[in-house]
Design a protein around this ligand. Structure first.
Ligand code: BG6
Length: 307
């Protein structure tokens, strides 16, 4: 399978995005002002031997590895997708990627789930497309999932977005922080504690691996992220619908910090200074996609004007 990068150029503005067929992983988004939004590790594999460490890997149908027969974070990020035709018009440029289950060679699981050919009309089956669109300062990604099998299934899905923190300042609270989750429920995946977020800002001062779940009245994830000593900021808005009805979107905030950075073979020992992951997702673990149902999940990243 070819893993030649797909380059999406928005001629009208000069913005540019690069995505790999492997995982349909976007690895670069440069605004019309040549501002790079995404982080990719120097040690990331781009040869299809491992999910790409950086950019926007896609997580589905599981977050982490509750099903040990399937790889961590599921099978979207470690299989080859088919890119469609690139479009480039006055208002936006983009490309659609699709993944057919019959092309999924890695990690559907050996437990009989997700193992049927898509031409068969029984068992677990899903069609997935990713639509990528850029304008001068926005990158939007929408995943469409349809349950095309004849069994309902539980699923989780995330955009595992790695933001570049300019000037290697991820540990400097004024340069790198996330705002917008005040009042959210927090589950700390390291300490296993449940808390409520009462501070305005989330900062990186240790290994951070937390799930932020919205209060009952909120469906969208909507945050502002400070991304470095250049005073750059992005806004991230994520929302999801099941057959047109809103589904609440949670969000993971992750930075591996010292020890975990050293333990990862495809991540530089000091690179935790250069990134922060903000990963919106449908995460309850109880969300079910009924037969024939369709889920649409969107993340919109906009680079805000520097002040
Ligand atoms: C995050 C998880 O989403 O992904 C972390 O919350 C995990 O627990 C991280 O370490 C990276 O996962 P992976 O599989 O890409 O190393």
């Amino acid at each position: 399978m070819s893993n030649d990068p797909i380059v999406i150029q928005h001629s009208a503005s000069g913005a540019k995005c690069i995505a790999y067929p492997y995982g349909a992983t976007i690895t670069s988004f440069e605004t019309s002002e040549k501002h790079q939004v995404l982080f990719v590790s120097q040690l990331a594999k781009r040869d299809g031997s491992k999910a790409i460490r950086g950019g926007i890997p896609l997580v589905f149908p599981q977050f982490g590895q509750p099903n040990k027969d399937m790889p961590q974070h599921g099978f979207l990020r470690c299989n080859y997708w088919t890119p469609g035709k690139i479009f480039d018009n006055e208002s936006e440029a983009g490309c659609e990627f699709s993944l057919d289950l019959k092309n999924v060679i890695h990690g559907r699981g050996s437990d009989g789930k997700w193992s049927l050919d898509s031409s068969q009309q029984s068992g677990l089956n899903v069609t997935v497309t990713l639509v990528v669109k850029i304008t001068s300062n926005t990158l939007s990604t929408t995943c469409h999932f349809t349950n095309t099998g004849n069994i309902p299934f539980e699923y989780q899905t995330l955009f595992h977005t790695y933001y570049k923190v300019h000037g290697s300042t991820a540990l400097q609270p004024d340069c790198c922080n996330v705002q917008g989750f005040k009042g959210y429920q927090v589950y700390d995946q390291i300490t296993k504690e449940h808390l409520v977020q009462d501070e305005e800002r989330i900062i990186i001062d240790r290994e951070v691996d937390r799930i932020y779940t919205p209060p009952a009245s909120v469906n969208n994830a909507n945050v502002t992220i400070s991304t470095g000593s250049d005073r750059s900021k992005v806004s991230m808005n994520a929302f999801a619908k099941m057959d047109g009805k809103d589904i609440p979107v949670s969000c993971v905030v992750w930075n591996p910090f010292v020890d975990k950075a050293k333990a990862m073979a495809d991540f530089g020992d000091d690179e935790y200074h250069e990134m922060i992951c903000i990963e919106p997702g449908i995460l309850s673990g109880k969300d079910v996609m009924e037969v024939g149902q369709r889920v649409e999940f969107t993340q919109i990243i906009s680079v805000l004007d520097q002040v």
